[in-house]
Write a protein that binds this ligand. Structure first.
Ligand code: B12
Ligand code: SF4
Length: 470
């Protein structure tokens, strides 16, 4: 079979990806490894060509694809994936469409009913390989026997097969097909490529707004031996920078400490970054110091809020004091901090909302803020659905810029407050100065964030007057 694996064709909300573009779509490289050989695979990274129109139709024609499979974590992307899949099937009769990732795993029926042929649910490596063998006519299982897929029966009804058991050991897993990914430039060393690595699946915490605990259920680690083997391969492939895709790095402190000792001993000289909890940084300064020596240059920290009540309501298991200490420790060690925040979470007063930009800018090098959103699959989503407190189920409304709670607040006023708070950051002379200089890694990322914000605003405004150019 000839299989194209693809990210979602671009839409305006994806311009926010700009800020952290150093993450290539590792899910597609892992899925490619799982099925090739025997199948022939091409990766089309539409997200990379974010502002140009996607060229999937030409790729399908030229590659002679039998299957096009999309990755889809973010629910708003379901709209374009479903639309493009319909168009592809019309243009290429017989073409099979597949989707995998978070949103379709949580809502498989929605995708099958929209016309996609198969959904690969949750962890995909074994399921996708079995599905491809079935489609090639070689598998020894019938469609209803393949664990972890959703499909359409003869009556046009969606059928969701039982879930597959999670992998218990990642060591035997094939290395992701990084050779199929496009070039992503390094932030730290200009001229070199950057890549991504996965060292855990899942997160042991239970923040109410997050989908990771519900998606993976159980937190599982790759062994340090496997991670070191992958680092060595990455080094041989010429990468100088790697981003950890882990939900949360270093939740097992001792394991991360040992990994860093070994990275230092092997002198691999690869810079790395990823997501880190504030309490890990605040409570384990020695761990941050060794991670820095091993190559850590950047972390994404979910500070979320500087309101005690809001942090508690979100089940963040963190405090304002921890946020402050984390920032101090990371700064002392010279690690760049991307601080993620949420606007409009329950329990936030007007003063609390004002603190997000004020304290947020103080605590981090790059400030990021989304509207608090009941993401499909999160505990918050199920709670809001149960209580009938979500005013819309239109996927586009989940783009993290809309106020999606029916709680007496005026959504338009919340949106205005949100935009005003963003402007406080983007119009700050110091931040603007960084973007204009564009020399250091910090300045380069801030510049990207500006471009993203400008494009988001422009494309969204055009959309409002009926012009769709992505
Ligand atoms: C890297 C990353 C990004 C990169 C994406 C780069 C890329 N092109 O892939 C960037 C920085 C651009 C990004 C942007 C955003 N992201 Co992001 N991102 C991640 C992150 C950290 C890692 C993803 C990854 O590579 N994982 C490693 C791979 C191997 O695992 P996986 O993706 O789960 O794939 C497995 C299965 O899910 C499945 N699978 C997945 N895709 C497919 C496809 C097929 C065909 C098949 C068969 C199977 C399959 O198979 C894989 C192997 O088992 C995740 C958190 C996480 N740990 O996953 C958040 C995460 C996915 N992002 C998130 C969010 C919110 C965003 C943004 C909205 C942020 C923002 N406000 O702008 C945007 C939206 C972008 C978009 N349109 O999707 C949320 C999603 C929440 C949700 N339910 O919507 C997550 C879960 C973070 C979190 N903790 O909340 N992100
Ligand atoms: S927000 Fe971060 S710490 Fe909380 S559950 Fe999600 S991945 Fe884990």
């Amino acid at each position: 079979m000839r299989v194209i694996l693809s990210t979602a064709p671009a839409r305006y909300w994806q311009t926010t990806n700009f800020m952290l573009t150093n993450f290539p779509p590792l899910a597609l490289a892992s899925c490619a490894a799982a099925i090739s050989p025997p199948h022939e695979v091409m990766i089309v990274d539409n997200a990379k060509h974010r502002l140009r129109s996607h060229n999937l139709f030409n790729h399908v024609k030229n590659f002679g694809a039998d299957v096009v499979a999309f990755t889809n974590n973010f629910y708003p992307d379901s709209l374009i994936i479903q639309e493009v899949s319909r168009q592809l099937k019309e243009a290429f009769p017989g073409l099979i469409t597949v989707v995998g990732g978070q949103a379709p795993s949580f809502l498989p029926e929605e995708y099958i009913e929209s016309g996609l042929d198969y959904v690969v649910l949750y962890e995909a490596e074994e399921t996708f390989a079995e599905l491809m063998e079935f489609l090639a006519g070689r598998g020894d299982k019938s469609v209803d026997q393949i664990e972890g897929i959703a499909w359409r029966d003869e009556d046009g009804q969606a059928v969701v097969n039982p879930r597959r058991a999670l992998l218990q050991d990642f060591d035997p897993m094939k290395m992701p097909r990084r050779d199929l990914l496009p070039h992503y430039p390094s932030i730290t060393r200009r001229g070199y490529p950057s890549t991504a690595i996965e060292t855990v699946r899942g997160c042991p915490y239970h923040c109410k707004f997050c989908t990771r605990p519900t998606y993976w259920g159980k937190h599982r680690d790759y062994s340090n031996d496997r991670i070191l083997e992958e680092f060595a391969l990455i080094k041989r492939q010429g990468f100088k920078e790697v981003m950890f895709t882990d939900d949360m790095m270093a939740t097992d402190h001792a394991k991360m400490y040992a990994l860093c000792e070994e990275l230092i001993r092997r002198n691999l000289q690869i810079s790395f970054g990823g997501a880190l909890r504030a309490d890990t940084a605040a409570r384990h300064p020695e761990l941050i110091a060794i991670m820095r020596r091993a190559g850590l240059f950047f972390v994404n920290v979910g500070f979320e809020s500087y309101s005690r009540k809001a942090l508690k309501d979100m089940n963040k298991a963190s405090t304002i004091d921890i946020n402050k200490k984390a920032s101090e420790t990371l700064r002392r060690n010279g690690v760049l901090i991307l601080g993620s925040h949420v606007y409009g979470a329950p329990g936030q007063t007007d003063e609390d909302l004002a603190l997000i930009t004020r304290d947020g800018m103080e605590h981090c090098d790059f400030f990021r803020m989304n509207m608090y959103t009941p993401q499909v699959g999160s505990a918050l989503f199920y709670e809001m659905t149960r209580e009938g407190r979500m005013p819309s189920r239109n996927p586009e409304m989940f783009n993290q810029f809309e106020y999606l709670f029916d709680d007496g607040k005026d959504p338009a006023a919340m949106r205005r407050g949100f935009v005003k708070a963003q402007l406080e950051y983007y119009l700050h002379p110091e931040i603007l100065g960084n973007a204009l200089r564009n020399k250091t890694p910090k300045e380069r990322v801030i510049r990207r964030a500006y471009l993203a914000a400008a494009m988001f605003t422009g494309y969204r405004a055009l959309r409002k007057v009926g012009i769709e150019i992505m």
